[in-house]
Design a protein around this ligand. Structure first.
Ligand code: 13P
Length: 291
């Protein structure tokens, strides 16, 4: 079976950073740096207060707008919350849901995240659905069970026709930010294979084959190529490095060049790197190793 080459998605999660002036400047620099690049899909997700400002700057560019959260209701008495309709109104194409900072610092449950996912799809948004284990869970060999639970509960009830608008981002909590830990390409590849396998059990092999799975956790210009080269890694969700336009653009470039490499390899009749990876050989102990 020869499968289609999946596009790479490089998305910046600015988290709770930037002033209005910084957001505007960063957005302009990203637009200029991305230029007419069309092999890689690029988006930035600024904080809510700057969505309109950044959206204006992105107009007519190849950089899409995303939000970092939403509330799972169309409208109503929900003081301080932001609805999916409002995000659409502001020109958002993407929304990040299930981020570990919201799961662990704000106590979001799988059930609440699932509500958000379904409401976001109903509003026509593309969902970047984050999953990932903590260090304690990895050390207790629970990575597989945690990813499994987050996927099964977080995506429950999602219609198959929404799946083309879904990106899963694997973000091991222990590798996010300045923790001193980085996931190795092998650990990332193994986790992505597991996610694709579980997803395939829910939605079928064909949809699993076209599912975009990004990696997030200390992605920098120095390690981007090695991570993006892995089987089943279709892009990166970037925190810290997305706040520096030159670093973010360097990662976009790494994505473009990996896309070209994979495209060339895929056009060779004898070798197809996108064939299903070693999913059936998934080894839980290997998955949970940290080095
Ligand atoms: P860092 O790139 O800063 O590790 O953050 C990753 C992340 O959480 C993106 O959503």
């Amino acid at each position: 079976m020869k499968s289609k080459l999946r596009q790479k998605f490089i998305i910046g999660n600015w988290k709770m950073h930037t002033t209005a002036a910084e957001a505007g400047h960063l957005a302009k620099s990203v637009v200029d740096g991305v230029g007419t690049e069309d092999r890689v899909s690029v988006a930035v997700c600024p904080p809510f207060p700057y969505l309109a400002l950044v959206g204006k700057i992105l107009e007519g560019s190849r950089v899409a707008l995303g939000a970092q959260n939403l509330y799972p209701e169309k409208e109503g008495a929900f003081t301080g919350e932001v609805s999916p309709t409002m995000l659409r109104d502001l020109g958002c194409k993407y929304v990040i849901l299930g981020h570990s900072e919201r799961r662990h610092k704000l106590g979001e449950t799988d059930a609440f995240i699932n509500q958000k996912v379904r409401v976001a799809f109903a509003a026509g948004l593309n969902v970047i659905f984050c999953v990932g284990e903590t260090l304690e869970q990895r050390q207790a060999s629970q990575t597989e069970a945690v990813l499994d639970r987050q996927i099964v509960h977080g995506l429950a009830g999602v219609a198959t026709n929404a799946v083309p608008r879904l990106i899963i981002a694997y973000e091991p909590v222990w590798a996010i930010g300045s923790t001193g830990h980085q996931a190795t390409p092998q650990q990332v590849q193994d986790a992505h294979a597991l996610i694709r396998l579980r997803f395939g059990q829910m939605f079928g092999k064909e949809l699993a084959q076209s599912l975009v799975i990004q990696y997030g956790g200390s992605v920098k210009p120095e390690n981007a190529a090695a991570l993006l080269r892995c089987d089943g890694v279709d892009g990166a969700l970037i925190g810290g490095a997305s706040l520096k336009a030159d670093q973010f653009i360097a990662i976009v470039r790494a994505g473009t060049s990996e896309w070209h490499t994979k495209q060339e390899a895929a056009s060779q009749p004898s070798h197809n790197p996108e064939l299903e990876p070693k999913q059936t050989q998934m080894n839980a102990s290997k998955l949970d190793s940290r080095n």
